[in-house]
Design a protein around this ligand. Structure first.
Ligand SMILES: [Zn+2]
Length: 355
């Protein structure tokens, strides 16, 4: 990775260049917080965190920081000398790469206190089909106290990915997942869960079983703060019939008051701002539940601010239709409420459970 190969002179130059960006927050405050960001990619390479601070610049205040829990195998038997960097590039399986948690923790620890305050690192390096996964999460907190605010993004059902993971296929009805969410509730960890709302290319009339199983899962863990990533949408997984109505009723249901939704990923923005009518409908939904939606980028290892904030720019027509209160909460306030509470609660749990 670049971090380890960069010559010292270049590193010094970068550090000097970084000085202005590390100055105080802009007078008007930052524009947005990012609730969904991957520092590293499917082969565990990515942006040096000090460079990423410069990319955040004066625009992005705080970031929920994680790698990717899955590693794409470079299987010589499958692709020979071709070294894949993305899960769709080969037929080789993915596997859970737990070292990502130590990598993220050490990147965070390389920052100054003021810089650390801008990140909420997340634990992702566990297999959600493993009854021991909750023990891994606990062990990470006790090994790196003072670092993590949550778990995720981790995935149960995701188009094209879930079926490529080695070992038992994850499921919403696996008690291993209940153990994870129970522990997150006990320790105060925010959960970012990716679960598609439907399968790719469903047959007409095919029941989207995921929506019902998700509702049951969320209701089994009322003490756990859960962010449903991307509102369940994907590259191919489209909004199901009456998706906005389903989300509207779920957010109005008192038994789901611990559920929030992130609108991260350019694939999601593509649906939400597809037409003026779609944008209006999404804005109405958010204005109706201003405390329940969070902006996120879902960018992976960006190299420049324009690319990093592409999704933010795509959402300009949506933000323009939000009330001033909803706009502020979706861009910043909801992030601060959820993650401030998580920081406080997780530090308390760590203090009560030293290694
Ligand atoms: Zn993501």
């Amino acid at each position: 990775m670049r971090t380890f190969t960069r010559p010292p002179i270049a590193a010094l130059a970068l550090a000097l260049l970084a000085l202005p960006a590390r100055a105080q927050a802009p007078a008007g405050g930052y524009v947005v917080n990012d609730s969904h960001f991957h520092l590293t990619n499917y082969v565990q390479q990515g942006t040096d965190i000090h460079d990423f601070l410069k990319i955040m610049g004066t625009k992005v205040g705080r970031v929920a920081l994680f790698g990717i829990p899955l590693q794409q195998t470079w299987s010589y038997g499958n692709t020979g000398d071709f070294a894949p960097t993305y899960y769709l590039q080969t037929d080789a399986p993915l596997y859970y790469y737990s070292f990502t948690d130590a990598f993220i923790a050490m990147a965070y620890r390389s920052l100054t206190k003021d810089e650390q305050a801008r990140f909420d690192p997340m634990i992702t390096g566990f297999n959600p089909a493993d009854m021991y996964a909750a023990d891994h999460i606990k062990r990470v907190l006790q090994t790196f106290p003072g670092v993590f605010s949550g778990i995720g993004e981790f995935t149960i059902h995701k188009e094209f990915v879930s079926s490529k993971i080695a070992g038992e296929t994850a499921s919403l009805v696996n008690p291993a997942l209940d153990r994870i969410l129970d522990f997150a509730g006990e320790a105060g960890l925010v959960v970012i869960l990716h679960n598609d709302v439907d399968m790719p290319f469903p047959k007409p009339g095919q029941d989207p079983y995921q929506a019902a199983q998700l509702g049951a899962l969320f209701r089994r863990h009322p003490k756990t703060q859960i962010i449903w990533a991307h509102c369940g949408l994907g590259r191919i997984v489209r909004p199901v019939k009456d998706q906005l109505g389903i989300v509207d009723r779920a957010l109005a249901d008192p038994s789901l008051s611990h559920l929030s939704i992130d609108i991260s990923w350019d694939e999601v923005a593509k649906y939400l701002v597809a037409t003026p009518e779609a944008t209006r409908a999404a804005a109405d939904l958010i204005n109706h539940h201003p405390d329940r939606f969070l902006f996120g980028t879902d960018e992976v290892a960006p190299t420049e601010q324009a690319k990093y904030l592409k999704v933010y720019d795509m959402y300009a027509p949506l933000f323009a239709l939000l009330t001033p209160e909803a706009s502020e909460k979706v861009r910043k306030g909801n992030y601060e409420r959820l993650f401030d509470q998580a920081r406080r609660r997780v530090r308390e749990w760590e203090g009560a459970h030293p290694r």
